[in-house]
Design a protein around this ligand. Structure first.
Ligand SMILES: NC(=O)c1ccc[n+]([C@@H]2O[C@H](COP(=O)([O-])OP(=O)(O)OC[C@H]3O[C@@H](n4cnc5c(N)ncnc54)[C@H](OP(=O)(O)O)[C@@H]3O)[C@@H](O)[C@H]2O)c1
Length: 309
């Protein structure tokens, strides 16, 4: 019998995901009724995004798993009504987008493109160092952080990575724990934050840790707004301790019009567009987990509820 899969992913996602999910189901030979609405007790699986009105999972007594379309699960992981296994999204398309965003902004700072654009009225030579002379820190070495670290290392940057547990990644100098953070930040001229938002990562970049950076370092945050103490970052920018910041994610989104980030000359705001889940590739990830559930195999990308990611 076909499983009932409820698409609870907010406005617009039904249209975006309907055809890719049906194609992926057919490709994988998984029988499922993909529905927008259903009596809760008839639902076998839920495909979820936080923009959905669904917040109370209690009535979904038959549901065996909730499959998130988002990589970041901080808006659902603590939901006390959610007792089913929760999987986050690890999508090759999303990863590609993040690698492009991070390498693009890292190269912008590395090459001094802002200065180049600002000096179009005069001959003002300033040769940037080579990438191999500019250490980059990657805070977070998960699906996205590891991919970005690899791409930056491929461009020649010495990459220092930081994670919660020890890691061994080819070509990356890996560190972990609080001592590891100091080692990594104290060398980094560009810092990329790709940590999840959890109680353990809140304000990872704060007045003290920003002070560990070499003066004038640049920050790229496509992770989550809560990773940065905003007041400390603004103070570090004003003092010249931090040279520039590109911020894609914020504690409140959309970023309020009166937030100092908008007008700050050293801050680039991007509107949470670093990387989006891409329906064709993400649908295959969702369907692979539906197949695993059908065949009694372990789920991919299962969220550790205690760690919050
Ligand atoms: N801006 C956007 O468009 C966008 C799009 C997608 C995702 N994101 C954000 O990117 C984040 C990362 O995604 P992902 O798929 O790479 O996540 P992931 O695979 O879960 O990786 C998370 C990484 O952070 C590390 N970490 C977690 N807690 C830590 C702590 N307390 N101290 C040090 N390291 C810690 C983990 O360490 P371990 O390896 O030791 O577990 C892991 O390396 C998401 O959570 C989301 O917030 C943003």
């Amino acid at each position: 019998m076909a499983a009932t899969v409820l698409m609870a992913a907010g406005p617009g996602n039904w249209e975006r995901y309907n055809a890719p999910l049906r194609a992926a189901l057919a490709e994988a030979g998984v029988a499922a009724d993909l529905v927008q609405e259903a009596a809760p007790e008839t639902v076998d699986y839920i495909v979820y995004a936080p923009s959905a009105p669904l917040q109370d999972f209690t009535p979904y007594s038959r549901c065996k798993a909730v499959l998130s379309l988002w990589a970041g699960v901080e808006r659902i992981v603590g939901n006390p009504t959610l007792t089913q296994p929760l999987c986050r999204m690890v999508d090759p398309g999303l990863t590609e987008g993040m690698v492009e965003y991070v390498t693009g902004h890292a190269l912008r700072y590395h090459l001094g493109l802002d200065r180049v654009l600002a000096t179009q009225d005069r001959w003002a030579p300033a040769v940037p160092p080579l990438a191999r002379e500019r250490p980059v820190a990657l805070l977070g070495l998960g699906a996205l952080g590891a991919a970005c670290a690899g791409a930056l290392a491929g461009l020649g940057f010495p990459v220092l990575g930081w994670s919660r547990t020890p890691k061994d990644l080819p070509g990356i100098e890996c560190h972990h724990g609080q001592d590891g953070l100091k080692t990594v930040l104290s060398q980094a001229q560009i810092v990329v934050t790709l940590l999840p938002a959890t109680p353990g990562t809140e304000n990872t970049l704060n007045a003290e840790t920003l002070g560990w950076l070499p003066r004038g370092a640049a920050i790229i945050n496509p992770g989550r707004g809560a990773l940065i103490d905003d007041a400390a970052l603004l103070a570090a920018l004003d003092a010249g301790q931090v040279g520039a910041a590109t911020l894609d994610v914020f504690r409140v989104e959309p970023l309020p019009r009166d937030h100092p980030y908008w007008a700050h000359p050293k801050v680039t705001v991007t509107p949470h567009i670093a990387a989006e889940t891409r329906p064709v590739t993400a649908a295959r990830v969702v369907v692979e987990n539906l197949r695993r559930l059908r065949d009694g195999e372990p789920l991919l990308h299962l969220v550790d509820r205690a760690e919050g990611y």
